[in-house]
Design a binder for this molecule. Sequence first.
Ligand code: ATP
Ligand code: MG
Length: 245
Amino acid sequence: MKTLSVVNHKGGVGKTTLTVVLLHLLAERGLKVLAVDLDPQANLTLCLTQNISEDIPQSYHLLIKGSSQPISLGNIDLIPSSLLLSQAEFELVSMHARELRLKRALSTFNSYDLILVDTPPNLGILTINALIASDGVLIPVETQFFSLSGLKHIFMVLQELEEYTGIKTQVVALAPTFYEKHVALHNKVLEELQKLPYKVLPPIPKRVGFQYASINRGDLKQLDQEALKILSTYAEEVIKWLRGT
Ligand SMILES: Nc1ncnc2c1ncn2[C@@H]1O[C@H](COP(=O)(O)OP(=O)(O)OP(=O)(O)O)[C@@H](O)[C@H]1O
Ligand SMILES: [Mg+2]
C-alpha cells in the first residue's frame, strides 16, 4: 500500500479532476483504491457522490478522532469531506503532533493498493498532513506563467518537511494541465517545466469533457479519445510507481 497526494496550493489547477479520473482508471485496472477528500470545499466528495449527509464519518474524524469508515462506491472507496473539515483546522492547532495525524490514521488502511488524497488550495495544516502521510505527490501545474513560481514554494515546503521531520515525500511527477497546443506561452511553460529535475507527464489538454466528467461522477465516457489516452499514461505511471519500477 502506498499513499499519493495530489497537491498544488494554487486553486483551480485541476487537482480534483485529475484525482477523480485517476481513481476510475486505476479501479478499472483492478486496483483497490481508497480516495480521501482532504478539502473542506468537498469537491471530490460532491463529484463522486453528488451529496452526502453531514453526519456520516468523514475526513474530519480521520484527523480529529484518528479513524473513519470509508463509504463504498462500487469499485472505489471514499472517505468524504464536508465543511466540517474546516473546523478541524482550528481544533488541530491545540493538538500534539498535529502534522502527523493523517499519517497515523491512514496506516490502518493497509488492505488498499493505493490511497489517493485530494488536497485544498493552500499549504495549511491539512495539506501538510497530506504531504507527511504520503509516499509521493503528484503536482498538477497549469501551463501558465505564474505557475512556475508557485511550484518553487511546494518544493521548498517538501524540503523543509524532510529537514525537520526526516520524512521524505517523493515528487512522483508534474502534471501540466489546461494545455492548448496552439498557444505559444503554454509550450514555453512546458519547456520550463521540463528543465526541472522531475518527471513531467504528457500535458492534459483543456477540454470541456473534463467538466462534464466532474458533474457525472467522473464518468470517463465524457472524455474524448486523445484525453483518455493521455490520462491512461498517468494511470500506468502510478502503477509503475506503486510497483517501484
Ligand atoms: N483539462 C481540463 N480542461 C477543461 N476544464 C478542466 C480541466 N481540468 C479541470 N477542469 C475544470 O476546471 C475547474 C477546476 O478544476 P478542479 O476543480 O479539478 O481544480 P482544483 O485544483 O481541484 O481546484 P481547487 O483548488 O479549488 O480544489 C473545474 O470546473 C473542472 O471541471
Ligand atoms: Mg479541488
